[in-house]
Design a protein around this ligand. Structure first.
Ligand code: TXA
Ligand code: MG
Length: 345
């Protein structure tokens, strides 16, 4: 009973197409629908309506202490949701919105308590994807939207991923094709001085520094004895069903690991890149995740590749690692979560 509406993101006057209107109508009725953003697919509901927000948590199987991002189409909606947009936040908005940046701001209390999980702050983002913008505008509502995956699974970058996880649990899916960035937005806490990165993502630390100067990283991101400030960052996430290991030492170490695991009768998968894919002739399943010379292509393919390993029924996965520069920081953050922090020297 989950409807799928195909939509061409480049169609003229998207907001008034029957598909967008149908999806917006569901949102207005309090139902929940998935739609593409430039990062990953989101699962949206009316942020002001507790009942809609509850449906989101329920469909995902998401712990209720993990707050959601409110998606908006214009700045007027932002002013309705937070108490103030101070100069640093304004600079970020000017530089990066619409786009893959989420700002944590003091909440005015106008969205449901369920959205903020009782916090005094609220996370807000203005997506740039034409389908996301059209459906938010057509509904004329602030839309609470976490990634449209079952909790713990890799985030969806294609409508098929959403369908696989949530068919029968949500009213509909706007299928606008593959998303672009491939990893989620950068979450920045604007209530601290300097601002703090709570989750690395589509906008890089380097880009933020260029606009606002110094930027700190949430200690919870780098130290395992510190609770992360973004509640969602503490959960196991993105994990394929096989046990995954990151192998910073690279190809020859991965080749050794392949033979020792195969000797134990295990089916071995390797996450590699175009440049290195010839290096593992004995792997049972070899999946190529973009080009390391272009880190944005690694981000773009990452979640689809993680999902593919499940279909290939491997027992263990060894993954190459990436430089923590630019978008590489978000890629390594998601990979280490997928690997549950397992790193082999
Ligand atoms: O790219 C994205 O951000 C995607 C697309 C759909 O927009 N959405 C997304 O939402 O990734 P979600 O719910 O999967 O991740 C939201 C993150 C979580 O880590 C959550 O804990 C954090 O943002 N967050 C939300 N509100 C917060 C707040 N008030 N303070 C600190 N962290 C917050
Ligand atoms: Mg998520």
């Amino acid at each position: 009973e989950t409807q799928v509406w195909r939509v061409d993101p480049n169609a003229p006057d998207l907001e008034h197409t029957p598909q967008i209107q149908a999806a917006a109508e569901k949102l207005v009725q309090g139902e929940i629908v998935a739609f593409p953003t430039e990062t990953v697919y989101g699962l949206g509901g009316n942020a002001k309506l507790q009942d809609s927000v509850r449906k989101i948590y329920e469909a995902k199987g998401r712990p209720s202490d993990n707050p959601l991002i409110v998606h908006v189409a214009n700045l007027e909606q932002v002013r309705e949701i937070c108490t103030e947009i101070h100069p640093v936040a304004q600079k970020l908005i000017h530089a990066f919105w619409p786009g893959p940046l989420t700002l944590v701001l003091p909440s005015r209390g106008t969205v449901s308590n369920a959205v903020t999980a009782g916090l005094s702050t609220v996370a807000i983002r203005m997506p740039s994807h034409p389908v996301a913008r059209a459906v938010i505008s057509a509904s004329n509502l602030p839309i609470a939207a976490p990634s449209a995956n079952r909790s713990g699974r890799p985030s969806p970058t294609q409508a098929e991923h959403v369908f696989h996880d949530l068919d029968g649990r949500i009213a509909g899916i706007l299928d606008g094709g593959e998303t672009g960035v491939g990893v989620e937005s950068t979450v920045v806490d604007c209530t601290t001085t300097p601002i703090t990165i709570l989750r690395p993502g589509g906008i890089t630390k380097e880009q933020l520094i260029e606009v606002v100067g110094p930027v700190s990283d949430d200690p919870g991101l780098v130290r395992s004895d510190q609770a992360p400030k973004a509640p969602g960052m503490k959960y196991k996430h993105y994990a394929p069903s096989a046990t995954m290991y990151l192998v910073p030492a690279g190809e020859s170490r991965i080749r050794e690991l392949i033979s020792s695991e195969k000797a134990k009768g295990r089916r071995v998968g390797v996450l590699t890149t175009e440049e290195k894919q010839g290096g593992y002739p004995d792997a049972d399943v070899l999946l190529v995740c973009g080009r390391r010379s272009e880190p944005s292509t690694v981000a773009h393919h990452l979640f689809d590749v993680l999902r593919h390993f499940d279909q290939k029924k491997v027992d263990v996965i060894f993954s190459e690692t990436f430089d923590q520069k630019g978008i590489g920081k978000a890629v390594m953050n998601r990979l280490s979560k997928a690997a549950g922090g397992r790193i082999l020297d």
